[in-house]
Design a protein around this ligand. Sequence first.
Ligand code: GLN
Length: 498
Amino acid sequence: MLSHELSANKIKEKIIKREITAQEVVEELFDWINLKEPLIKAYLCLDKEGALLKAKEIDKKLSNGDKVGLLAGIPVAIKDNICTKGMRTTCASKILENFIPPYDAFVVKRIKEEDAIIIGKTNLDEFAMGSSTENSAFDITQNPWDTDRIPGGSSGGSAAVVTADMAFMALGSDTGGSVRQPASFCGNVGLRPTYGRVSRYGLVAFASSLDQIGPITKDVLDAALLLQVISGHDNYDSTCATLNVPDFITGIKHLDDGLKIGIPKEFFGEGLNIEIRNAIMDALKIYEGKGAKLVDISLPHSEYAVATYYIIATAEASSNLARYDSVRYGLRSQLSGDNIIDMYSRTRAEGFGSEVKRRILLGNYALSTGYYEAYYLKASKVRNLIRKDFEDAFEKVDCMVCPTSPTPAFNIGEKTTDPLQMYLTDIYTTPSSLAGIPGISIPCGFTSTDLPIGMQILGKHFDEEKILRVAKLFENETDFHLKKPNLIEPEPKKGIDI
Ligand code: GLN
């Protein structure tokens, strides 16, 4: 097996045992990236020089017998809406095309402290608004399992690089599903932590009552490792919990006696692809075989989650994105006009893509006088009902299992002309985002055309330990997470000459 094919935990072990140097890992990885990136187009920026410097530093520490961090020598990719000091952070938007942050996000600082090697920044839907990564102002990332298909979104670049072995692990952000859904489309593990578990300091804000940063990894143990590093209190994010962080890496090894898994009936209704349904049903049998009790539950208000989410998220986005005024950040239109209002509006007209503009308009509408009560206030009340549904259900069960997405990865261009169809793909991820609870997506099968299927496990607030354990229980019994795509340049399609 080539080094880049290993999991993060395994490559770390080899580096620490000095079976391979961090420098060799980085060099081999970049050779592979040079070969495969033109096919996948998942990176917006790569930093080989910085990666090699850090690798040498770690190799030196190891040869001196110095202590190394939890992520020693692991090459990590970062979604390009998370600030990296001295490294461009564009949010895949023209408005931030040349923005170089003067500071590291909390999560970036933490992974650097633990000796990870940051190799580059990954593509996303502009400002993380989307479900396919097609809203990027720069590139359309392709799904390594089928390059005619999207990798999911908005953290599509992070999911694609992990699948294509172009990074050992990656960070994504999840507002309404953007870590879990691309992880499911690309066959990875993707974890959205509880709201408050991980600091958002340095994450470019989209919808502040929903945004969370989470790991996208090759297996469950890697997700536990990365979550361990990025969790914890931070004075720079007032929504960040002051709770102690459990030891996820050890916690994952414990066994649950009398595990009760809830099956929310609303997540298995109309519109769910039959192959996905069958894969989840098979997975549930595996859990039953391991002694879990399956309990039918109901989340009656989840049918309103997509509508509620798209009111709250757009309202918050319209306010968060007001800061891009060409004075404090990023682009300033060359056609600035002769007054400040012209300068603002021309810059914003040039700098934002159409989906971002649509959301700013929707959000301003939902917040405007006369409509606020009918939209934003009402959505906030429905959000409480959705949250209460989860609280009630968690009285009866320890976790819930459901699909991550109603379909597997769709074709490039399939939904771009119909925003509502695109929004509906978030049907199974938005309810838990609104409730603020943690969720993990893990590979649980493949369709007949070899596209990955993701299964979501949802847990109580701050109970990441449980969902990681339940995920690991399934992973131990299956090998879906080990299957790799065939990353070969497709044969040119043979057409008929006319
Ligand atoms: N697809 C959802 C949206 O477009 C979720 C995005 C996200 O989680 N960042 O808003």
